[in-house]
Design a protein. Sequence first.
Length: 64
Amino acid sequence: MQQSAQLSTSTVHCLENRPSLVSDQNVVLSSDALFTHHEVVFIMHHGERYSLRRTRNDKLILTK
C-alpha cells in the first residue's frame, strides 16, 4: 500500500509540473516525467492494474 501512495504522489507531481502541451482534449506527457524515479509505473484502468515498464532498450511495455 505504501508503494502505491508514493507512485500516486509522483504521478500527481508529474502532472502538476508538466509543460502546457494540451491540444484540444489530448494531453501529452513525457515518458521522462513518468519514469523520473522508477522504471515501472502502475496505472489503474477500470479497476484493473496495469504496469508500464521502460526496457533497457528504452522501449515501453504495458502489461496487465
